[in-house]
Design a protein around this ligand. Sequence first.
Ligand code: HEC
Length: 150
Amino acid sequence: MYLTKLLSTVTAAAVLSAVTLPAVAEQDGRHSIVLRPKEQAMMLEDMRRYLHGIRKITTALSREDNAAVEKAARELGTIAIYEVKPIANDPLVPRFRSLATRLHEEFEEMADAAKEGETPNQLLRRLSKLMNQCVKCHETYKTGSYPQQY
Ligand code: HEC
């Protein structure tokens, strides 16, 4: 009984990935990274932390407060890396991961640079470069999730 349910779940997942992904991708050209609902929620929460962190960094820069820049950037640095585990075997995931990893490394480098006394202008240039990763990834990917039972 359990096995039948499991098999039908796997089949449903296979059908969903075969049918939904190309259909979704066609609508706006972005590729869907399909995650379990909990993981999708976690990833989007992380995204909101990025936005919050960038607000803290810009505020700190406007006050020429390097210590606050360092603190906000460090919170989003390599300590915050986790790997997304998509439900389907997706060949575009490694690129997604490498964009995310690069972003965390750039936050870490920004924290170091603030600590070492870079000027607000230099730090602002770093922030602008770092935000290329946000833009690149958002242009290429979006998220999708399977229904909760998967
Ligand atoms: C590795 C890829 C990637 C990077 C890098 C990235 N994002 Fe995202 N972000 C996504 C995806 C995928 C979504 C979901 C978009 C969708 O499904 O339409 C998203 C969604 C968001 C959202 C919406 C969150 C929600 O609750 O719906 C915000 C805000 C956001 N990103 C901010 C940022 C900021 C700021 C940066 C850079 C500091 C950034 N992201 C970098 C992939 C990325």
